[in-house]
Design a protein around this ligand. Structure first.
Ligand code: URA
Length: 209
């Protein structure tokens, strides 16, 4: 089964509290999500492999370390995932960015893929699928399935707030995918919203209702 990492760094938890607050307006909400995404990216990249190179400082030559290994691909799930992309790109600026769009079929309630664009070298990349809210897990599972169908082999899932149901579903359907979150909340209400959660992440990011 994939690992679950819950980031309890004080800065992440502090900022998340203001993200949750219903009185936080769009501008501040967007800025806070961006900052938390950057802090989460710092934690997610903690185990990136390093290789030694030779560097010449103004004083002498020395061996020094740089990141090696697979290149990174970010894949936000439309639309709320977009709100976390820039924060991650601040720390991994060379990452390529794909997108996956899903809607829920009103009859079957199943997520249907309506858009998918990935970098061409899919099999070579380490992907981070991004969605602020891991609620039922339906969208995350569908997005992970869509990436694997196109050849992606190394995928992480990054979410701000999660519900236990969503975590369980992803772990069941994609046991190879590690999940990174800032919080695991109590559960879901009858409308599929995370409780206590933060409301509709897309609406709060983009100022829509
Ligand atoms: N999507 C959201 O934006 N919020 C939730 O609470 C659940 C899903």
């Amino acid at each position: 089964m994939g690992n679950l990492y819950v980031f309890d760094h004080p800065l992440i938890q502090h900022k998340l509290s203001y993200i949750r607050d219903k009185n936080t307006g769009t501008k501040e909400f967007r800025e806070l999500v961006d900052e938390v995404a950057m802090l989460m990216a710092y934690e997610i990249t903690r185990n990136m492999p390093l290789e030694e190179i030779e560097v010449e400082t103004p004083v002498t030559k020395c061996k020094s370390k740089v990141i090696s290994g697979k290149k990174v691909g970010l894949v936000p799930i439309l639309r709320a995932g977009i709100g976390m992309v820039d924060g991650v790109l601040k720390l991994i600026p060379a990452a390529k960015v794909g997108h996956v769009g899903l809607y829920r079929d009103p009859d079957t309630l199943q997520p249907i893929e309506y858009y998918l664009k990935l970098p061409s070298d899919v099999t070579e990349r380490e992907f981070i699928v991004i969605d602020p809210m891991l609620a039922t897990g339906g969208s995350a599972v569908a997005a992970l399935t869509a990436l694997k169908k196109r050849g992606a082999r190394h995928i992480k899932l990054m979410c701000l707030v999660s519900a236990p149901q969503g975590i369980e579903k992803v772990q069941e359907e994609h046991p190879d995918v590690d999940i990174y979150v800032a919080a695991v909340d109590e559960g879901l209400n009858d409308h599929g919203y995370i409780v206590p959660g933060l409301g509709d992440a897309g609406d709060r990011l983009f100022g829509t209702k």
